[in-house]
Design a protein around this ligand. Structure first.
Ligand SMILES: [Zn+2]
Length: 331
């Protein structure tokens, strides 16, 4: 089995966005530590719009100069050590700015499809190029910010122009919409890899794009109640390492606490408890790929311990690998 442990590398986008050190640098350094002990690689989908914003403001604000330098150095180190650096687009950076003390994050255009065609094309090109410049490597895989990439028909041309040929955003049966979010992956193929062209949930064998969906698991409300109480009982172990807050997602918590929900297989916080079970389910389905999502900012001490335990147990039988190592196709 190919096991792709993937992380969306970003700060928070709520009113309290948190610090670069606590949301990104420190938790990622913990991942590097584990990777080096066990000689495995991870994949990082980097929110490169943030890097472009830091570059824009760093001359005026010394704190940002420091944030910029530590992010660039860490990404370079990750890439040079064989971890994958790939593209994660949060286009709301286009409308956001730094006021001298904090980022004023405007998420009124949260989805890439909220922009017009020429903006989309420029965002994809600029956000991709900066990662190529930092790593010196080809960037070809994508994860949509907040899973929002529909209708994909609006993005298809810009992605082809920039040779972004692999997507890893879909999770089977996931669906949500709010003021900022809109995604609907109900009816996506029950497969661990497939081709598509103008719609990531419709298989098309002649399509330009490959979809490697994030693995998903059906989860009971009891699991989330446990999570809720554990967090209160032992915050040292269960509190996220990141020091910010997410954009509100109305209705999500109530839904999870009251009925069975389809969730991504995740290493964030208490979700890491399900890694072993998710691997078993994936094997049972006879899939070859398990794609796990995580965010450095949402890791907890507990989830780091669980991830390491999962790797220790499975690294000889399975391959903890990257998109570049297993799925790179020259286009
Ligand atoms: Zn993100």
């Amino acid at each position: 089995m190919n096991i792709l442990v993937t992380f969306d590398y970003e700060i928070y986008f709520g009113v309290n966005h948190g610090t670069v050190d606590k949301c990104i640098i420190y938790p990622t350094s913990e991942l590097i530590r584990i990777a080096e002990i066990h000689k495995v690689n991870f994949c990082f989908f980097v929110d490169s719009g943030f890097i472009l914003k830091l570059a824009e403001y760093k001359r005026t604000f010394p704190q940002l100069e420091k944030d910029y330098a530590s992010i660039i150095a860490q990404i370079k180190y990750l890439s040079d050590s064989g971890h994958d650096i790939q593209l994660h687009i949060h286009p709301h950076w286009e409308d956001s700015y730094y006021d001298g003390e904090r980022w004023i994050i405007n998420t009124s255009r949260y989805k890439l499809v909220d922009f017009n065609d020429s903006d989309i094309s420029s965002i994809v090109r600029r956000y991709k190029n900066i990662l190529g410049e930092i790593t010196g490597k080809e960037i070809f895989a994508y994860r949509a910010g907040g899973w929002c990439m529909q209708p994909f028909r609006k993005l298809q041309k810009a992605f082809k122009e920039n040779r972004i040929s692999l997507d890893s955003s879909v999770f089977r049966n996931g669906a949500y919409s709010s003021l900022q979010y809109a995604y609907d992956f109900r009816n996506s193929p029950n497969k661990d890899i497939y081709k598509f062209d103008d719609d990531p949930i419709v298989e098309n064998q002649d399509g330009y794009f490959t979809e490697l969906p994030i693995s998903s698991i059906f989860n009971s409300p009891i699991f989330f109640w446990k999570l809720f109480f554990l967090g209160r009982k032992n915050p040292y172990l269960h509190k996220p390492l990141g020091d910010g807050r997410a954009i509100p997602a109305p209705g999500q918590r109530k839904k999870m606490l009251t009925r069975y929900t389809n969730c991504t297989v995740s290493v964030d916080g208490y979700n890491a408890q399900l890694l072993e079970k998710s691997l078993k389910i994936t094997k049972k389905k006879k899939f070859d790929n398990l794609v796990i999502i995580g965010h450095p900012k949402s890791l907890s001490r507990y989830s780091i311990l669980k991830l390491e335990e999962f790797i220790r147990k499975n690294k000889t039988t399975h391959s903890f690998t990257t998109y570049t190592n297993k799925f790179k196709i020259d286009k």
